[in-house]
Design a protein around this ligand. Structure first.
Ligand code: SF4
Length: 444
């Protein structure tokens, strides 16, 4: 439970020596309570106080890391139930399974397919971040061999999935340096799995069928010396699962209930690619930090990754592109010039539609603080002055011989004032950018 400023004050030396940069210990305590200062700024605080304060200031959901080097991933450490309260910090990791029944070229091909599941959306790279090797064969040798082969074929983070301690020990021993996430320990295997996790320095998944059983299990695993734990609530239908995951999140955040203060992994292996995408997206929204799917269909994974991107975007900071002139193709002095706003989604939609027209063009991006055309216009961030200023600042007059500006159809009402402010002839473009190819080919 977080401590108040007064509770923290009682643990400080109370000498008001000012070494921490604060005039008094009480002022420092207040800053600590608001997480605006770090405890190590006070050189005289006792060991006992340090331990009490460190425990109280630990995040309600622990951070878990797995994978190695540049492809290490981290999940957890979330602080709010809903993204509009603040923001979510560590995006859900999407993982795809590889069965240990595969070997040789078949296994290599599957891993190469997974490696290639990387996409670019509104200027941001998104993709599958982990490979889950599943012990479907039931053989410890096959599992260890498959894990080793996967490690050699990918730099993505790894998850080892087996309920059998013998198989897990064999596979973890082979790929320990890749720091895989070990999934899963149950009530019956907690001690054996915890030992494997400890020996190989890997995080461990605790799996149970109810929230209460999960809380008991994590305490058992922790008592065995493993702190890096991930939760898996299994064996229930989707509705029950979402309810259970929401309960876990609420208990860890609102009650600071430490036995459930860990990130969550969910497995989605039933159904076709469409069904897996739909289930995965529900689990991303509520509150899975890692989602493991079986499908490798890009058409199912792209919307799933888009959901991650949307849920984990800071709602207070719209995704923006740099306000400047973008060239599509190789435009010259006779090419069309149009403007749009610096809201990423708007810009990239316009960009792809202009590209589709195959008409080399200039797109002037006006700084509207990351808002879309209509929002910016109604908030007076897009007006004749901001557009005229952007034309001048970006020296658009030096790019073309003509003086014609295509404006979004939704702000046709700006035409008159814009013509006066810029001296350019205003051409009202289509309302929907999907009509731009036709417009550029037939009207321009
Ligand atoms: Fe108090 Fe420590 Fe700050 Fe000194 S350094 S004023 S003892 S909190």
């Amino acid at each position: 439970m977080a401590l108040t400023g007064l509770e923290i004050f009682k643990l400080l030396p109370k000498t008001n020596c000012k070494k921490c940069g604060m005039p008094t210990c009480l002022a420092f305590a207040m800053q600590l309570a608001q997480k605006r200062a770090r405890l190590d700024a006070c050189p005289d605080v006792s060991e006992e106080a340090k331990q009490t304060l460190a425990a109280a200031s630990a995040p309600p959901i622990r951070l878990a890391k797995f994978g190695s080097a540049d492809d290490q991933v981290q999940v957890g450490q979330e602080t709010v139930m809903f993204r509009h309260e603040e923001k979510f910090y560590n995006p859900t990791v999407l993982a795809v399974t590889v069965s240990d029944k595969l070997a040789g070229p078949d296994l290599k091909k599957r891993v190469e397919t997974i490696n290639a599941l990387q996409f670019e959306r509104v200027g941001t790279k998104i993709g599958v971040k982990a490979v889950a090797v599943v012990n479907e064969s039931g053989s410890a040798e096959s599992f260890a061999a498959a894990a080793a082969a996967v490690k050699d074929s990918t730099s993505l983070a790894m998850i080892l999935v087996s309920d059998a301690p013998e198989a897990m020990a064999a596979a973890a021993g082979k790929v320990a340096e890749a720091v895989p996430l070990l999934a899963c320990a149950t009530a019956g295997t907690a001690e054996a799995m915890a030992k494997i996790a400890k020996d190989n320095n890997c995080p461990l998944v605790a799996k149970a069928e109810s929230v209460d059983a999960l809380a008991e299990l994590t305490e058992k695993i922790k008592a065995s010396g493993v702190e890096d734990i991930v939760l898996n609530l299994e064996g229930t239908g989707l509705a029950e699962q979402l309810h259970g995951l929401s309960r876990i999140r609420a208990l860890s955040l609102k009650k600071n209930f430490r036995p459930l203060g860990y990130p969550i992994v969910s497995f989605v292996t039933d159904g076709d690619a469409d069904a897996q995408a739909a289930t995965a997206i529900s689990l991303i929204c509520k509150y899975s930090s890692i989602v493991v799917v079986e499908t490798v269909e890009p058409y199912a994974l792209l919307p799933t990754l888009t959901a991650v991107m949307n849920v984990f975007t800071d709602p207070q900071k719209p995704v923006q592109v740099e306000p400047k002139v973008y060239t599509i193709g190789e435009p010259d002095a006779d090419s069309p010039v149009m403007f749009t706003t610096n809201f990423s989604l708007t810009y990239y939609t316009v960009e792809s539609d202009v590209e589709a027209s195959r008409v080399p063009s200039y797109i002037l991006v006006v700084d509207t603080e990351g808002t879309s055309v209509l929002t910016a216009y109604s908030g007076d961030k897009l007006n004749e002055k901001t557009v005229a200023d952007a034309i001048a600042k970006q020296k658009v007059e030096e790019l073309v011989k003509h003086r014609k500006l295509i404006i979004p159809g939704y702000v046709a009402v700006m035409s008159g004032k814009l013509e006066e402010a810029t001296g350019w002839e205003i051409m009202v473009g289509p309302r929907e950018s999907s009509m731009l190819p036709k417009y550029l080919q037939e009207v321009w």
